[in-house]
Design a protein around this ligand. Structure first.
Ligand code: BES
Ligand code: MN
Ligand code: ZN
Length: 494
């Protein structure tokens, strides 16, 4: 999609769709100078009450005399002058549904009368681009009929010239983030027989080819053995697909500047291994690499945005399968840190992958490390889809991520990492067990990771509930938390 920000009279705009806001069910915004007969006609249409006084209610008029636009969409902003963020989402969702339901190629959206509590015009533009990119992405890679969108161009008409620069920059930024989100969604949605660890490694190489600022290194199992990543390797032991560790380096600043690091769980399919999962809904464990996908997405956005900073992205790509060579419950493995781990449940594999990556990332002397993982079913129970579960060993980092979550609409909710929970990982047979009891499953998982993340400021994002929409026809990856991560990184670059 092409996006333009402009100002000027709406009457003369040649466009397939002109979208204008109607306040309080009757005040038409931005159509000053419309010829009297058309003005009267619209007033009479509004007087019918068909346009409800509810944000997102729409009414369509065609071939209105005095307008160059072919279609006019009247969209209600509701009863008040200011929309809440939720009302604004309803407003824009309705607009997009209207636009996409027609054969139109271009649309012009007037920002007159569209105001959100405490938010600027550039924020509005950014959200509209992110939303429209979100609905624009349709998964069709493994289908015979491609989705093929009709709409090609959206123009936002701002009320004042002085808003143009900031709004144009916001649109460009949102487009870059939208690209990253779509990339993450595509990787997430691809089936496990296509999106294997090797496929992720190839995709990483392809991405790195797009910019001289981005490099990638693929570490294979042989090299991982030399690194003594016994924990990570215990997860791939049962699979015919060899594991890969993927290391991105985005270099936008001098070498001396310490990087921020993202670490992603990339389990391309999680059968549970010998502790095999129940059958229902097991297909959704192809989404168990969504943490990795968010690292790919963030890297893709960075390539577009080119901020002056250094970022490392590490992905542990692996398939978790049962076989005669698979790790068994009770097996003890030695992690790269030297700590021994008793694998009491082979389905708690994400933490076995991440702990070695968290040790590996020390060599970059990172300013901050954020791991992203579809780690626990317990997190889905605790928070559902709206919030990503966040754990951190540093209050400032936690606050920054919370703020980025609010700013991007890709929210996190902090959970406790108190020492009181650590004891549940004690075992007579190793330094640490890979599972606690049934209680507080996402917290004990985070506790496990915290033992390997002592050398730097660290946060863990459990995206088990937020990374994809489960079940039904809406099933699919959300691309979260790419928006959050990019916002956080850009804040660090400022
Ligand atoms: N990938 C799963 C977590 C998951 C399950 C995410 C369902 C989203 C939906 C993870 O590897 C896993 O299996 N975790 C176990 C841990 C348990 C064995 C301690 C879980 O949550 O049941
Ligand atoms: Mn598992
Ligand atoms: Zn898993």
């Amino acid at each position: 999609m092409k996006y333009i920000v402009s100002t000027g009279a709406l009457l003369k705009v040649k466009t397939d769709w002109l979208v204008v806001a109607v306040s309080s069910g009757k005040t038409l915004n931005g159509l000053d100078g419309l010829e009297a007969s058309s003005q009267k006609m619209i007033e009479e249409v509004l007087a019918t009450g068909d346009l409800k006084e509810k944000a997102g209610s729409t009414l369509v008029l065609r071939l209105v005399p005095g307008l160059q636009a072919k279609r006019l969409m009247l969209v209600s902003t509701g009863k008040k002058d200011q929309l809440s963020e939720k009302e604004f989402r309803s407003f824009h969702t309705a607009v997009l549904a209207g636009l996409r339901g027609s054969a139109a190629k271009s649309a012009t959206i007037s920002l007159a009368g569209v105001a959100v509590d405490g938010r600027s015009t550039d924020w509005l533009c950014k959200q509209m681009v992110l939303n429209s990119e979100y609905v624009d992405y349709q998964y069709d890679t493994t289908k015979q009929q491609p989705a093929g969108p009709a709409l090609r161009q959206i123009t936002f008409v701002a009320e004042a010239r002085k808003q143009l620069n900031a709004a144009t920059a916001a649109v460009a930024q949102a487009q870059a983030i939208g690209k990253g989100v779509a990339f993450a969604r595509e990787l997430g949605n691809l089936p496990g027989n296509i999106c294997t660890p090797n496929f992720l490694a190839k995709s990483a190489r392809e991405l790195a080819r797009k910019s001289p600022k981005l490099t990638v290194k693929i570490v294979d199992e042989k090299e991982m053995r030399l690194l003594k990543m016994g924990s990570f390797l215990s997860v791939s032991a049962g699979s015919a697909e060899p594991a890969k560790m993927i290391i991105f380096e985005y270099k936008g600043a001098p070498k001396a500047q310490k990087p921020h690091a993202l670490v992603g769980k990339g389990v391309t399919f999680d059968s549970g291994g010998i502790s095999i999962k129940a059958g229902g809904g097991m297909d959704e464990m192809k989404f168990d690499m969504c943490g990795a996908a968010s690292v790919f997405g963030a890297m893709a956005s960075l390539v577009e945005l080119a901020p002056k900073m250094n970022v490392v992205g590490i992905v542990g790509a692996v398939e978790n399968m049962p076989s005669s060579t698979a790790t068994k419950p009770g097996d003890v493995v030695t992690s790269m840190s030297g700590k021994t781990i008793e694998v009491l449940n082979t389905d708690a594999e994400g933490r076995l992958v991440l702990c070695d990556l968290l040790t590996y990332v020390e060599r970059f002397k990172p300013q901050s490390v954020i791991d992203i993982a579809t780690l626990t079913g317990a997190c889905v129970v605790a928070l559902g889809g709206p919030a990503t579960g966040m754990f951190a060993n540093d209050d400032d980092l936690a606050e920054q991520l919370t703020a980025s979550g609010e700013a991007s609409g890709d929210r996190v909710w902090r959970m406790p990492l108190w020492d009181d929970y650590q004891d549940s990982l004690d075992t007579p047979f190793a330094d640490i067990a890979n599972v606690g009891g049934r209680a507080a499953g996402s917290i004990t998982a985070a506790c496990f990771l915290s033992r390997f993340a002592k050398e730097y400021r660290w946060a863990h994002l459990d995206i088990a509930g937020s990374a994809w929409i489960s079940g039904g026809v809406k099933k699919g990856s959300t691309g979260r938390p790419v928006g959050l991560l990019v916002d956080y990184l850009l804040q660090q670059a400022d």
